[in-house]
Design a binder for this molecule. Sequence first.
Ligand SMILES: *Cc1c(COP(=O)(O)O)cnc(C)c1O
Length: 339
Amino acid sequence: MITFYPGPSKVYPDVADYAAEAVRSGVVSLNHRSAGFMDIVRETARLLHEKLAIPADYHIALVSSATECWEIVAQSLTIQTTLHPTTGAFGEKWREYAHRIRPFNAGNTDILCVVQNETSNGTQVSHQQLAKWRQEVPPNWLIAVDAVSSMAGIALDWQQADVWFASVQKCFGLPAGLAVLIYSPRALERAITIGERDHYNSLLFMYENFSKFQTPYTPNGLGIYCLMRVLQRVPPIADVDARTRERAASWYTFFEQEVAHLPFQLLVNDPVMRSDTVIALEGSEDAIKALKATAQQAGITLGNGYGKWKETTFRIANFPAITDEEIEALKAFFRTANL
Ligand SMILES: *Cc1c(COP(=O)(O)O)cnc(C)c1O
């Protein structure tokens, strides 16, 4: 079975070996305050900085999910409330979670919350748009970015925001249950000013623990070990970025030109807004249902639609763990399928 599901998505096949290694070598049984475990956390943070080209002064914390990061931003970094320019279901969910913790009151915003890549409908916020917001928002605001389905798939312009996060079951090509939270010195200053220490995952606890390469609670050691091993082998982000964009451009041309006769079209019309990592296509409910069943018979899993596009769209992940051969197989399927 080949999967193009945009999360949980295809994991690198080598993760099976890394997991076996972690069990056999006893890594998963190490006390998380032991020197051996701290070395793994230190090396993982170093590799994240190196491979993803994260600025040296940006801090890293490892948590459980992107949803947890939404709550950390609300509880530890928001003074009054957050503003969410949303284009889809994940952005709306984030706003809901955030405003439950810091109720919305217009005029008192201090964080702009952006979903860089809206997995639900295959749109993305461009580097230019993010840079524009960075210029336009009042200087005392922070910018927080959900980059769950783009981090490790495309290069991100880290300086344009103070907080970035992603769970690893998308572009990192790993099993779910771990997320990377990256934050600027300015975000740390904000956390110190607020001084919030009411939760097990308060950012200040995270910061203090991570300064010693520890975590406040027993972490997902297996996930961290596998993340470290995957990071050791992935190319620098500039190379990954070039390949992802090339593949995305090829997918968009393919659907616009080569298989334009098929009974579905690209969901996003504006090329500037089209995601590089999640391609969304739209058709009638019947056409989509038939397509997914035919693909399944051919051994290919396509991503279902999400939220309000559940029945009338499907999605194709363009994540680094997917091979050229798999992409060719899916293209061949579309060329020959009788839909
Ligand atoms: C998948 C996804 C999430 C949720 O991630 P979890 O790890 O399940 O919390 C959040 N935002 C976006 C954009 C996503 O694609």
